[in-house]
Ligand binder design. Structure first.
Ligand code: ADP
Ligand code: MG
Length: 404
C-alpha cells in the first residue's frame, strides 16, 4: 500500500512540465513575521520561494503571478495587511521589478497587455472573503490568470482555500514548486525510511491540537520526549499538582491514554523531572527550580529544569532521527529560554537526521543561532503536524501526478 506521504511525493514538479511561453500562477507563502512598526522581521519565507520564481523566469514563462495571504485580515481590505512592503522586499531579493495588482478584477487585462515577461504580485488574497471559503467564483477568477498553476505554499498546504485548493479544479496543468517538494522529501526521510531509533520531541502551548497527533504517531516513533506546557498536562495526568501552570484539564484523560498506549506500543516516554517555576510571567521576581512534584502554591512551570535538560539531551543523543515540534518553555522571555535553547544545541550536536516543525520552534532555533546545524527546518507549523499525523495535505491532493 502506498503511504500518504509517498502519495504526496509522487506529484509532478516544475521540472516535469514546460513553462515556456505559459502564464504561470504561483501560490507562495509570504506570510512573514513583522515587528511592531510593520517591518518584516524575517524574510525566510520569501527567500525560500525564490528558486521556484527564478526557475519560471529562466524557463521563459510569459508572465508570473504570485499569490499569497498575509496576516488575518478577515475577508476585507486592511492597510496593515497590504503586501506593499512585501513587494519591496521581493523586488530587492529578485533584483527585478514586480508589478503590483491591487484589483483582482483588473488582473487579467493587466497581465495580457504586458508584452515582455512580467512578474506580478497580487494584493493579499485574504482580502477576499471567498479565499478561506474555497469559493468557486474566486477559484475560477484566479485560474483565468494562468495556464500553469504552481503550489509552493507549504505553510498553507493543510488548508482547503481557493488559492491553495479550489483553483486546481479549473487549471489543466498544476504542479508543486521546489519548496513543497523539499518539505515533503524531508518529512518522507524522517517518516518513511527513518534510521532508528526515532525520537519525537514535543512541546509548546498548542496542547489540544498536538495531543491528538501523539495518539497516531505512537506507532511510528521509539521515543517520545515531552516538555513545555504540553508536559504540564501529562504531569497532571500522573497526579501531580501543577498549581498555576498552563495545562488543559479537558485533555488530562487523553494524556493518560497516550501514556498507556505508549507503554503497550513499547515507546519510551520522557517527561520533565524538574521545572523552572515562577510566581509571575510578566514580573518574574522569584524564579525557583523544583522537582516536578513540588511546585509551590501560586507558582507555575515555565521551562524545563537542568536535570530534565540533561535527561532529554541524553535521550536525543541516542537517537538517529529526531523530529522536534514545540519549545520547552516560554523561550521568548530570557529567564525561561534556557531549556529550549540548550536542548536546541543538544539536538543540533547529535549525529542524527534532525528536523524542526512549528513556527515558534523554528524561531527559537534561529534565535539561538543553531538553525544551520539542523538537517531541515520546515516552513509549516500546522502543515508539518498534519504530515506527522499521516494526513494527505489538500495542497498536494489535486496536483498532477507523475504516474498519470
Ligand atoms: P510551535 O509554534 O513551534 O508549534 P506552539 O505554538 O505550540 O509551538 O507553542 C509555542 C508557545 O508555547 C511559545 O509562545 C511558548 O512561550 C509557549 N510555552 C512553552 N512552554 C510553556 C509553558 N510551560 N507555559 C506557558 N507557555 C509555554
Ligand atoms: Mg506557534
Amino acid at each position: 500500500m502506498t503511504s500518504n506521504i509517498r502519495y504526496m511525493s509522487d506529484v509532478k514538479g516544475l521540472k516535469d512540465i514546460d513553462v515556456d511561453g505559459k502564464r504561470v500562477l504561483i501560490r507562495v507563502d509570504f506570510n512573514v513575521p513583522v515587528d511592531s512598526h510593520n517591518n518584516i522581521s524575517d524574510d525566510r519565507r520569501i527567500r525560500l520561494a525564490l528558486p521556484t520564481i527564478n526557475y519560471c523566469i529562466d524557463h521563459n514563462a510569459s508572465s508570473i503571478v504570485l499569490v499569497t495571504h498575509f496576516g488575518r485580515p478577515k475577508g476585507t481590505f486592511h492597510e496593515k495587511y497590504s503586501l506593499i512592503n512585501i513587494r519591496k522586499r521581493l523586488e530587492r531579493l529578485l533584483e527585478r521589478k514586480v508589478e503590483f495588482i491591487e484589483d483582482l478584477e483588473k488582473a487579467r487585462d493587466e497581465i495580457s497587455t504586458s508584452s515582455s515577461q512580467n512578474i506580478f504580485l497580487l494584493e493579499n488574497i485574504r482580502f477576499h472573503e471567498g479565499e478561506k471559503q474555497n469559493d468557486k467564483e474566486l477559484s475560477k477568477k484566479l485560474a483565468s490568470l494562468c495556464d500553469v498553476y504552481v503550489n509552493d505554499a507549504f505553510g498553507t498546504s493543510h488548508r482547503e482555500h481557493a488559492s491553495t485548493y479550489g483553483i486546481t479544479e479549473f487549471v489543466d496543468t498544476k504542479v508543486a514548486g521546489f519548496l513543497m517538494m523539499r518539505e515533503i522529501e524531508a518529512f518522507s526521510k524522517a517518516l518513511e525510511d527513518p534510521v532508528r531509533p526515532i525520537a519525537l520531541v514535543i512541546g509548546g502551548a498548542k496542547i489540544s491540537s498536538k495531543i491528538t497527533l501523539l495518539e497516531t504517531v505512537l506507532q511510528k516513533v521509539d521515543k517520545l520526549i515531552i516538555g513545555g506546557a504540553m508536559s504540564n498536562t501529562f504531569l497532571k495526568a500522573l497526579g501531580y499538582d501543577m498549581k498555576n501552570s498552563l495545562y488543559e484539564e479537558d485533555f488530562v484523560k487523553t494524556a493518560a491514554d497516550v501514556l498507556q498506549e505508549a507503554k503497550k506500543a513499547g515507546v519510551k516516554v520522557y517527561l520533565p523531572v524538574d521545572l523552572v517555576t515562577t510566581d509571575s510571567i510578566e514580573k518574574p521576581i522569584d524564579v525557583k527550580i523544583v522537582p516536578a512534584q513540588d511546585i509551590l502554591e501560586g507558582y507555575m512551570a515555565v521551562d524545563i529544569g537542568p536535570a530534565t535538560l540533561k535527561l532529554f539531551s541524553q535521550a536525543v543523543e541516542l537517537s538517529n532521527t529526531i523530529i522536534w515540534n514545540g519549545p520547552m518553555g516560554i523561550y521568548e522571555i530570557d529567564k525561561f529560554s534556557k531549556g529550549t535553547f540548550k536542548l536546541a544545541s543538544a539536538i543540533a550536536d547529535c549525529y542524527a537526521y534532525t528536523i524542526v516543525g512549528g513556527g515558534d520552534t523554528a524561531d527559537a532555533v534561529d534565535k539561538c543561532k543553531e538553525a544551520d546545524n539542523f538537517s531541515f527546518i520546515s516552513t509549516g507549523g500546522g502543515a508539518s503536524l498534519e504530515l506527522l499525523e499521516g494526513k494527505i495535505l489538500p495542497g498536494f491532493k489535486n496536483l498532477d501526478r507523475v504516474d498519470q
